[in-house]
Design a protein around this ligand. Structure first.
Ligand SMILES: Cc1cc2nc3c(=O)[nH]c(=O)nc-3n(C[C@H](O)[C@H](O)[C@H](O)COP(=O)(O)OP(=O)(O)OC[C@H]3O[C@@H](n4cnc5c(N)ncnc54)[C@H](O)[C@@H]3O)c2cc1C
Length: 388
C-alpha cells in the first residue's frame, strides 16, 4: 500500500494499516506536521456535535477513541479534553438538532442557560443567546503533534516514510527522484494539492484562512476553559492552549490561495473583525494584546463533505481528502472506514464519492459563494452581503 500525503487523513491511514500488519509506504513532500499542510496547525477542535448529521457525529465520537489509542501508544497528551461550548442563538437551530443526535447516540452534553457561561469562561456576556450546548468530552487536539505521532507510530509499526514530491502515473506513483512505486492500492491524501493532482476529478478549492491569538491572561490558560463555537456567526476558538493565547477565527471562506503559495501574514482587517465578535462574548478580551496571527489553507469541496473514492480509471488508486474545515478530528475514523473498504468490506459513504457536488448552502462570504454547512462554524444567513 502506498499513501501519498502524511496529513491527518493519510498519516491516520498509514498508522491504522501498519499496525494491522499491512506493508505501507507513506510519502510526503514535507516532514509530517509541516505548517504548509493543513494538518500542521497547533490546535484543532474535536467535537461530536454535527447538527442533525448522525454519521459525522458517530465518526467524530469514534475518532475520539482512536485519538486516545494513539495517545496511549505514543505516551503524549494530544487531546486536551476541555469541552466545547456552542453558543445557541435560537431555540431550534443547529444546536437543538445536535442535542437530539447526541442524545440518541449516548454522547454526553449539557444544555445550559446563557448566564451559566459565567462559570465556564473567565469573561462572559450572554447577549443574544438562547442557550448553551456544552460537550464536556469534546476539546482540542494538538494537531501538529498528533500528525507527527501518527507518522512516527506508523513507522514504528513498520511503515516506510519517504520524503518526496509525487505525481500519479496511471495507477502508480512517480516520485521526485524518478522512481515508480506500484502497490495493490495507492491512496492520494494530498490535502489542498488534490485538486491540482486530479483536476478533472477532485473538486477541491484551496482558500486562505486566518487565525488570531490574543493574550487574555492566566485565567484563559486554566485547564478547564472550554473551546467554543458560535455556529450562526461563523466564529470558533479555544482558550489559551500551550501558551498560544486565546485563539479565534472566522469560518467564512477566505480568498483562493494556491497550495504552493507562501502563507501570507494576516491583515489588520481580519483581526479587527474577529476581535469585535470575540469582545461581544468575552468583554475582557476587547483590548487584549494580539499574541499572534497566522494563515492556513482550507481544502474545500463544494458541499463540505469529504472525498474518499476510487479513481474511475484506476480503481486501485483512491482519492482521500476534502476536509473542508472540519476534517482533522475525523482523520483516524475515516481512515478506519477506508481500511475496511480497501479490504472489500463496507463501502465508503456515497456522499464522499466523485459525484457531482452541489453547494449545500450558498452564502456570501469574503471569498464568494460556497457551502459552509459542516465546518467548525457557519455563517448565519444565506443572504448575500449579510456578513463580512
Ligand atoms: C484554520 C483552520 C482551522 C481548522 N480547524 C479545524 C478544527 O477545529 N477541527 C477539525 O476537525 N478540522 C479543522 N480544520 C480542517 C483540518 O485541519 C483539515 O481538514 C485536515 O487537516 C486536512 O488533512 P489532510 O490530511 O486532508 O490534508 P493536509 O494536512 O494538507 O495533508 C496533505 C499532505 O499531502 C502532502 N502532499 C500534497 N501533495 C503531495 C505530493 N504531490 N507529493 C507528496 N506529498 C504531497 C502535503 O505535503 C501534506 O502533508 C481546520 C483547517 C484550517 C485551515
Amino acid at each position: 500500500m502506498v499513501i501519498v500525503g502524511a496529513g491527518a487523513f493519510g498519516a491516520s491511514l498509514a498508522w491504522q494499516l501498519a499496525r494491522d500488519g499491512v506493508s505501507v509506504t507513506l510519502v510526503d513532500q514535507f516532514e509530517p506536521g509541516d505548517a504548509r499542510a493543513t494538518s500542521g496547525g497547533e490546535t484543532r477542535l474535536i467535537r461530536s456535535g454535527h447538527g442533525a448529521d448522525s454519521e459525522y457525529t458517530a465518526s467524530a465520537r469514534r475518532a475520539r477513541t482512536l485519538w486516545r489509542e494513539l495517545e496511549a501508544e505514543c505516551g503524549e497528551e494530544l487531546y486536551v479534553e476541555c469541552g466545547v461550548t456552542w453558543f445557541a442563538r435560537a431555540e431550534d437551530g443547529w444546536e437543538a438538532a445536535t442535542m437530539r443526535v447526541l442524545a440518541a447516540q449516548g454522547i454526553p452534553f449539557e444544555r445550559l442557560a446563557p448566564d451559566e457561561g459565567n462559570r465556564l469562561f473567565p469573561s462572559w456576556s450572554s447577549a443574544g443567546l438562547a442557550f448553551l450546548l456544552h460537550e464536556p468530552e469534546a476539546g482540542v487536539l494538538r494537531a501538529q503533534k498528533a500528525v507527527r505521532a501518527l507518522a512516527r507510530r506508523a513507522a514504528a509499526h513498520g511503515a516506510a516514510v519517504v520524503r518526496s514530491r509525487a505525481r500519479p502515473e496511471g495507477a502508480a506513483v512517480r516520485l521526485g527522484d524518478g522512481r515508480t512505486l506500484e502497490a495493490d492500492a495507492v491512496v492520494w491524501a494530498c490535502g489542498a494539492w488534490l485538486g491540482r493532482l486530479f483536476p478533472e476529478l477532485a473538486p477541491i478549492a484551496s482558500t486562505r484562512q486566518e487565525l488570531y491569538f490574543f493574550a487574555g491572561g492566566s485565567a484563559w490558560a486554566a485547564r478547564g476553559v472550554p473551546a467554543f463555537v458560535d455556529y450562526d456567526h461563523a466564529v470558533y476558538g479555544t482558550a489559551d492552549v500551550d501558551g498560544l493565547g486565546v485563539k479565534a477565527a472566522s469560518d467564512h471562506d477566505g480568498p483562493p490561495l494556491d497550495p504552493d503559495a507562501p502563507l501570507p501574514t494576516p491583515g489588520a482587517d481580519g483581526e479587527a473583525r474577529v476581535r469585535a465578535i470575540l469582545a461581544e462574548r468575552f468583554p475582557a478580551l476587547a483590548a487584549a494584546p494580539l499574541a499572534g496571527a497566522k494563515s492556513c489553507r482550507y481544502e474545500l469541496t463544494p458541499d463540505g463533505h469529504f472525498l474518499a473514492a476510487p479513481h474511475p480509471e484506476h480503481p486501485s488508486a483512491w482519492l482521500l481528502g476534502g476536509g473542508s474545515g472540519h476534517g482533522f478530528k475525523h482523520g483516524p475514523a475515516i481512515a478506519e472506514r477506508l481500511a475496511v473498504a480497501l479490504r472489500g468490506g463496507a463501502p465508503m459513504p456515497a456522499r464522499f464519492g466523485l459525484c457531482e457536488r452541489a453547494p449545500g448552502r450558498s452564502v456570501r462570504t469574503a471569498g464568494g459563494s460556497r457551502s459552509t454547512v459542516l465546518r467548525e462554524a457557519r455563517p448565519a444567513s444565506s443572504a448575500p452581503g449579510a456578513r463580512d
